[in-house]
Design a binder for this molecule. Structure first.
Ligand code: NI
Length: 207
């Protein structure tokens, strides 16, 4: 077990497509997944893809914990899950916006267009194929992590960069938190709570 170093945006390892894993049951894949999980536990985070720890293989580790589930989403917690060679299929045509952060982009958050319902197929560490369906922030998390396997970071998916902000100045997020707190991941509500200036600056933004 080891806590791994995380690549930051700008590093070439985050812009390359990762290689398919030929043998998901190989001991080095289990070791990698275990180290990725330990790295997430150390930070208190929920998802990571192997390229973020400088390993160019199609492996993602994630969980959905109760404290990260929006009140009105109906998502059930998902225990630690290792996905080898995951493939996402959108189940909707339209995308909607979800707030995201990324361990490779510390200090920032942004609102990213994602499919609100997807199916995902992946292999387990035992080599079994699993098919699942996911919705709302869970679906967004899966798209975010799988994007890492293709060299995509969330700002590259954004079409409105006015919704990219520092965690210390979560203006657009705070606007939304006053209107629809139940649809937000509690992690993002916490950013708003920790912004002392929100009362002073939360005026309607002129068009
Ligand atoms: Ni990320």
């Amino acid at each position: 077990m080891a806590i791994l170093k995380i690549a930051k945006m700008g590093h070439p390892v985050l812009r390359r497509a990762a290689a398919k894993v030929d043998d998901p049951s190989a001991p080095e894949i289990a070791r990698l997944a275990s180290d990725m999980r330990e790295t997430l536990e150390d930070i208190g985070a929920s998802g990571i893809a192997a390229p973020q720890v400088f390993v160019e293989k199609r492996v993602v580790v994630y969980r959905m914990i109760a404290s990260r589930i929006p009140a009105d989403s109906g998502i059930e917690p998902v225990p630690w899950t290792v996905m080898v060679n995951p493939e996402i299929t959108p189940l909707t045509q339209d995308q909607i916006l979800f707030w995201e952060r990324c361990l490779s982009i510390p200090g920032l958050h942004g609102k990213v267009p994602r499919y609100p319902r997807v199916s995902i197929r992946y292999q387990t560490l035992e080599g079994e194929t699993v098919d699942k369906e996911a919705h709302s922030t869970w679906a967004a998390l899966l798209q975010h992590e799988c994007d890492h396997l293709d060299g995509m970071l969330y700002p590259m998916r954004m079409d409105d960069l006015s919704l990219l902000a520092f965690n210390e100045a979560p203006g657009p997020l705070a606007e939304e938190a006053t209107k629809h707190p139940d649809s937000l991941d509690p992690l993002f509500l916490d950013l708003v709570e920790r912004w002392p200036a929100r009362e002073r600056w939360l005026q309607p933004i002129p068009n």
